[in-house]
Design a protein around this ligand. Sequence first.
Ligand SMILES: [Fe+2]
Ligand SMILES: [Zn+2]
Length: 361
Amino acid sequence: MDFQTDKASLKIIRNKKLEYELPFLWIRDNCSCNDCRIQETKEKRFMLNSIPADLKPKKISINEDALNVIWPDEHETIIRFQDLELLKKSRKPEKILWTNDFIPNNYDWSDFLTDDCVAIDAFSEFIAKGAICISNSPCILNSLEDLAPRLGPIREVLFERIHNVSVDGHIYNIAHTSLEVPPHNDFASYSWPPSVQALHMLENECDGGKSMIVDGYKVLSDLKNDHPEFFKILTTFSVPFREFDEENETFANEPIIRLNSSNEIIGLRYSNQLMQMIDPSKKNLDTFYKAYHELCKRVNDKKYKSTFRLEAGNILLVSAHRVLHGREEFKPSGKRHLQDAYYELDNIENNLVLYKELRGN
Ligand SMILES: [Fe+2]
Ligand SMILES: [Zn+2]
């Protein structure tokens, strides 16, 4: 274990290999001593602007476990290497992409709500695959409210807190007819659409109407491989989406693909029914349409569509910025009543971390 310094950073070398390069400002900013943290909350108290930008250590020493720095004002900072190793671990389970042979795992309603181990399994599966089923749920109106202690609070949008989907209720969307509903995510007309959706089947006595889901991230990663230029324009070209009725108005103008700062796909926004007319004076409209045509072909290709029948008492839970849902046409010969509610993926991802911590793993 050895180190070198340059103008603004400390290099830690193990077996002649550079292991960490730590800017001095980073070291000072991450001091975890009692003066630099709020003891009760572990929050940071130290303010970076309280030191000069060209701060340098007065003395440095290291051993196998930790780095020890004394600053010009005699303040001492200790950084433990095991804490740095923890930073390399992802907080979330790895994503596993799928095509049409995928069937969501099933979890029993009361086990999911009462047994933390089942919830940990279900959340891990949900974050990896983007879809799970919860079976044996009560066929009672608004039971989706009872998932909130597990999933985090309901994300409300306009229209209803718990949405009713049937042919004899309030009709403002294709889902309220018996027509096929092509794969889509809901409320593309919000700049931040709900990131988790629960679809709760209360009654399903109709022929047809099988549910379908599509792993949007799989579609997009294949599109990126095959047509990188199409992929690219879909990340930058904004598209208007609107959902409305006499009393409600929702509208967003956003690109179809959302990337994070590492260029990873973190959102697909796709709704044939909500997409609006694009201003034809917009630049690159022709290129966008070629790319969009290819995307539409793929989203609706049976290669990607997992289909299954959602029986009464089943809840389909989807990671809604990733997994598109739809249903086949049905014959309105009997009763069919579905309720939808929305939640946020952040809360589920963080509940998984919390539950694992509480169980000590
Ligand atoms: Fe929908
Ligand atoms: Zn300190």
